[in-house]
Design a binder for this molecule. Structure first.
Ligand SMILES: Cc1ncc(COP(=O)(O)O)c(C=O)c1O
Length: 447
């Protein structure tokens, strides 16, 4: 198995290079990717050569988002233990559908399920779905929501579809993530027929602007605004929705992880009143792509939206069948890395990672404000939105920062302002990386 040793050696060299290399993909390496564009191979290539080619051409053409100075989008890195667990799980090659067929990885999901409900302090009866990311987690939880609210009206979506069903009132915040709308569209609920509730200066849904809730209704709230990191006012929103009998769904792609920290729990107060929650493990839990989680309080609602029954499928023997809760039947063992992250860091290590990243975001805001730049958001979490001048100047400076390569942050337009968005959510980011990045940002802005 020389090949696997070679892969491990190359992967290690790649990871070690992240500390020193430019964060952006090397432009020369990106240009050289053209050399991979050959006609469909007719003959074979020795495996060692395939691997060498991947490393030669693709490794330098990667974004160093697994490294310590990547602050783009909201991505997260990969804890070394989760990379190692991922390798092992890939070698196992388990199709994680049924406990009876692949018991080892099914149990890892079941154990992680229990741990996550406890660590995130969500209703213990909730079911979990291990999916690819928050888009699909939102989709999965909202499928359960759609089916449950219509079931209460005597309509069976699984059997009869949506044609002729009672219309569902779907309410979202004005600053919902675009993928939430995509999920609603995929569910036949429409991207545009939603009611959008105005938000305040931080992007939080305004509870005083919530429309009168009808029945059936689904209210989608947000834990962690994609720009500001702000949280919707859950106690007020959930109280109104509960009174009306609406289903409350939380998009907490990164913000749900604040539940791990006692010092941040004021942000998520009331979130436990919801009916379903979506989050990403590949963001703040720092496991490799792709990994998302959906939690649904009414386990049966999720199961009836996702489970299949077919003659050839093995009996579950009373154990949780992972594929009863997911859109996919065949799937990789995503629970393995989640299990590894939770076991390796434990509650205290996870809380420290989240709190450290939040403190680092505050340091970015403080340093940039001291250098004369306008911080547009209240830095309550890990997100900083900073204006570096007018729109044109901000764009130019961001380009210069990315080209400089010390660090990487992206552009956004938030509440009418073109700005740079800094997101800190990697285990690998040290305080010294923040200082180096701050210095590079200020140097680029001034030159
Ligand atoms: C609030 C929010 N919701 C949903 C998503 C979509 O997540 P994913 O890209 O993992 O599907 C994101 C991604 O950044 C997000 O920030």
């Amino acid at each position: 198995m020389q090949l696997l040793e070679d892969a491990a050696r190359r992967a290690r060299a790649f990871l070690e290079s992240l500390e020193h290399r430019q964060v952006r993909p090397d432009p020369g390496a990106v240009a050289r990717l053209g050399q991979l564009e050959i006609p469909a191979p007719t003959g074979s290539t020795p495996p060692a050569e395939v691997l060498a080619q991947l490393d030669q051409f693709v490794s330098p053409a990667t974004m160093a988002n697994a490294g310590p100075r990547f602050f783009g989008f909201v991505m997260g890195g990969s804890l070394p233990v989760t990379v190692a667990a991922n390798w092992l799980a890939t070698a196992w090659d388990q199709n994680t559908c049924f406990d009876s067929a692949t018991p080892g990885v099914a149990r890892l999901e079941a154990i992680s399920h229990r741990w996550l409900l406890e660590l995130l302090d969500l209703p213990r009866e909730s079911a979990i779905s291990f999916v690819t990311g928050a888009t699909v987690a939102n989709f999965t939880a909202l499928a359960a929501a759609r089916n449950a609210v219509l079931k209460r009206q005597g309509w069976n979506v699984e059997a009869d579809g949506l044609f002729g069903a009672p219309p569902i009132q779907v309410i979202v915040g004005e600053e919902s993530h675009p993928t939430l709308l995509k999920s609603l569209g995929m569910l036949g609920l429409g991207r545009n027929r939603v009611i959008r509730v105005p938000v305040d200066s931080q992007g939080r849904m305004r509870a005083d602007k919530l429309p009168k809730l009808g029945n059936p209704a689904i209210l989608c709230v947000q834990a962690g605004n994609l720009n500001s990191g702000a949280y919707d006012p859950f106690p007020e929103l959930c109280a109104a929705a509960r009174e009306a009998g609406a289903w409350i769904h939380v998009d907490g792609a990164f913000g749900l992880w604040a539940r791990l920290s006692r010092s941040l729990d004021h942000l998520t107060r009331g979130i436990e009143l919801a009916d379903s929650w979506a989050t990403d493990a590949h963001k703040w839990l720092n496991v490799p792509f792709d990994s998302g989680l959906a939690f649904v309080r009414d386990a049966q609602a999720l199961r009836s939206a996702m489970a299949i029954t077919a003659e050839y499928l093995p009996p579950t023997g009373g154990r949780r069948a992972p594929s009863d809760f997911t859109p996919e039947l065949s799937r990789r063992a995503r629970g393995t890395e989640v299990y590894a992250a939770l076991l390796s860091l434990g509650r205290s290590g996870l809380a420290q990672m989240v709190e450290r990243n939040c403190a680092q975001a505050r340091r970015f805001a403080e340093g940039l404000a001291a250098a004369g730049f306008e911080i547009l958001n209240e830095v309550v979490l890990n997100q900083v939105v900073v204006r570096l001048g007018d729109a044109e100047r901000t764009r130019k400076i961001i380009e210069a920062i990315q080209a400089d390569g010390t660090c990487w942050a992206g552009i956004t337009v938030w509440q009418g302002h073109t700005a740079m968005r800094i997101s800190v959510c990697s285990w690998a980011t040290k305080d010294d990386d923040v200082e180096r990045s701050l210095a590079a940002m200020i140097r680029c802005a001034r030159s």
